[in-house]
Design a protein around this ligand. Structure first.
Ligand code: CUA
Length: 179
């Protein structure tokens, strides 16, 4: 009973029960199995995306986002007023996270590859692309680069899945894929 002091004050010298030792062993071995499964899933399961990460100041990342918007904006989104940007296939495309939005709206072409650059201007956010199984953390001070090739056309949502404050649940972005 934890509410009473232990009978033996030097309790950490007492013998550990065999069944407890077995559980510690099982948990340790399972941890090792799961560790090596991360490497296995990278190749066999299509999980744990290949990516690159570099240090970058938020201001410098913001400038790159603005340059892309200036060069390749095709229209303004009617609902949000955000620029819809259609960068050339094969290029670096940028999306920034900040309290509480993903910016801007990207319009990509199906079957073309892009280098998607993600970074945060303030807090940690989570980039979760719906309804696909892509899920990465987005940190300020680092840019995460993934090569993506959309295989389906349509409208995809970017949901923030790292709790980032009072507007977290409204932090939804968009990626459009055209035929
Ligand atoms: Cu951004 Cu939660």
């Amino acid at each position: 009973m934890a509410i009473h002091p232990p009978e033996q004050r030097i309790w950490w010298n007492e013998k550990v029960a065999t069944v407890e030792l077995i559980w510690i062993g099982v948990a340790f071995l399972w941890g090792l199995v799961m560790f090596f499964m991360m490497i296995y899933w990278h190749g066999a399961g299509g999980q744990n995306l290949s990516n690159e990460a570099y240090r970058i100041e938020p201001e410098a990342f913001g400038e790159r986002v603005d340059e892309m918007i200036e060069a390749y904006t095709v229209r303004e989104d009617e609902d949000s007023g955000y620029p819809v940007v259609h960068p050339p296939p094969g290029s670096d495309v940028y999306m920034l996270a900040r309290l509480w939005e993903w910016y801007p709206i990207l319009e990509l072409e199906k079957g073309q590859s892009y280098r998607l650059n993600l970074s945060s201007m303030d807090w940690q956010h989570g980039f979760s692309l719906q309804p696909t199984n892509i899920n990465v953390q987005v940190h300020p001070g680092y840019v995460l680069v993934m090569t993506i090739t959309p295989t389906e056309s349509g409208e995809f949502s970017v949901v923030c899945n790292e709790f980032c404050g009072i507007g977290h649940h409204q932090m939804i972005g968009r990626i459009l894929v055209t035929e």
